[in-house]
Design a protein around this ligand. Structure first.
Ligand SMILES: NC(=O)C1=CN([C@@H]2O[C@H](COP(=O)(O)OP(=O)(O)OC[C@H]3O[C@@H](n4cnc5c(N)ncnc54)[C@H](O)[C@@H]3O)[C@@H](O)[C@H]2O)C=CC1
Ligand SMILES: O=C(O)C(=O)Cc1ccc(O)cc1
Length: 323
């Protein structure tokens, strides 16, 4: 099936929006790309990066005549954006998004999507801790999952068209129910970010001399948390404000398990600790075999050249007859 769209409108052009623009252009999936942002500075940055063909501060103008519209802003902005673009959506167009939560998106965007426009929420499970238009790259979605949550009323042909679009950008696509998505992502993405923000926050609150020691001697465990905790504050604020129930449900389980672990440490229960650490190792191995992580040690951190080897002392063998 052809996956060419006449006009793609990207509303919001940060890490994800710019990566879609670059990937869609590279794979020749769209004729025209229209970009709308809220701030003139971001629009100027997108223009300087040559990410699209039409640049505007008016989301309604960007979506006029578009057959594919993708909201790429923080989810807290979606309700107002949907209200602004709703009356200007073309009959037959597909409206999608990339937000990290899905039930909230269905609730705040759905009512503004007119009859005859196909609303298919989406979420590429791919990203980095960087944000803004210059953070994007065309390979971001390669080998990564993209979840779509089409409602029952969406024609299969429209969903198939959007599936093909994501596949052409390198993604593997799975359709599921929005509530299920939110529960799964709460534990695989949202709680890990909350834990990272918390542990790095604990360090940030330490007295100055202890803090500088932590930074100086930061082992890979803490370092990995700081990468996640450097993610965009507004985007993550919105995730926790809009996926509250699923996050609280998973946080409850997490706290129960943490109490069990705390007890094992307090009572010196070695077998319990070892049993858990053995089970968790197996989970990491299965993520590596699923192609979602590399087994390379210290992933993402190039090793500096090792210092030159110390020459061995020259030994006198005495004879010299082995030349
Ligand atoms: N960062 C990540 O790793 C991932 C993010 N997502 C989702 O993608 C969406 C965008 O995230 P990023 O591209 O990372 O964010 P970003 O911070 O890089 O870019 C967001 C862009 O949205 C626009 N924007 C911000 N506030 C706006 C408003 N009130 N009205 C209109 N436009 C506004 C701006 O153009 C801004 O550049 C979010 O909903 C996030 O949940 C999904 C997968 C991964
Ligand atoms: O950079 C990381 O570790 C991520 O977890 C990227 C990410 C962030 C948010 C999403 O909704 C999906 C993927």
């Amino acid at each position: 099936m052809s996956v060419t769209f006449r006009k793609l409108a990207l509303v919001g052009i940060g890490l994800i929006g710019s990566s879609i623009a670059l990937a869609a252009r590279r794979q020749n999936l769209v004729e025209t790309i229209a970009i709308a942002t809220r701030r003139a500075e971001t629009l100027a940055e997108a223009r300087a990066l040559d990410l699209g063909d039409i640049y505007t501060l008016d989301a309604a103008e960007a979506v006029r005549g578009a057959d594919l519209v993708i909201l790429c802003a923080p989810v807290g902005a979606y309700g107002a954006l949907a209200e602004a673009i709703g009356p200007f959506l073309e009959p037959g167009a597909i409206v999608s998004d990339v937000g990290s939560v899905k039930e909230h998106v269905v609730k705040v965007v759905g009512p503004h999507v007119p009859e005859g426009v196909h609303f298919i929420p989406g979420h590429p499970i791919a990203g980095t801790e960087h944000s803004g238009p210059s953070a994007g790259f065309a390979e971001l979605f390669a080998g990564r999952w993209c979840v779509l949550t089409p409602g029952a009323d969406v024609p299969a042909a429209a969903t198939a068209r959007l599936v093909a679009f994501w596949q052409a950008m390198g993604s593997m696509v799975e359709c599921m129910d929005a509530a299920h998505h939110d529960m799964v992502l709460a534990i695989t993405s949202h709680i890990p970010h909350l834990i990272a923000y918390n542990i790095v926050g604990t360090v940030a609150d330490l007295e100055a001399d202890t803090k500088s020691e932590v930074i100086k001697f930061s082992a890979s465990g803490f370092r990995d948390f700081t990468r996640i905790a450097a993610s965009d504050p507004v985007m993550w604020r919105d995730v926790f404000l809009t996926n509250r129930d699923a996050v609280l449900e998973m946080l409850g389980r997490f706290n129960e398990d943490l109490s069990v672990l705390q007890r094992a440490v307090r009572t010196g229960d070695g077998p319990a600790l070892e049993a858990l650490f053995t089970r968790t190792r197996a989970i990491r191995r299965s993520i590596i075999s699923a192609g979602q992580e590399t087994a390379a040690p210290d992933f993402g951190r190039p090793h500096e050249a090792a210092p030159p080897a110390t020459p061995l002392p020259v030994r006198d063998h005495g004879g010299g007859d082995d030349a």
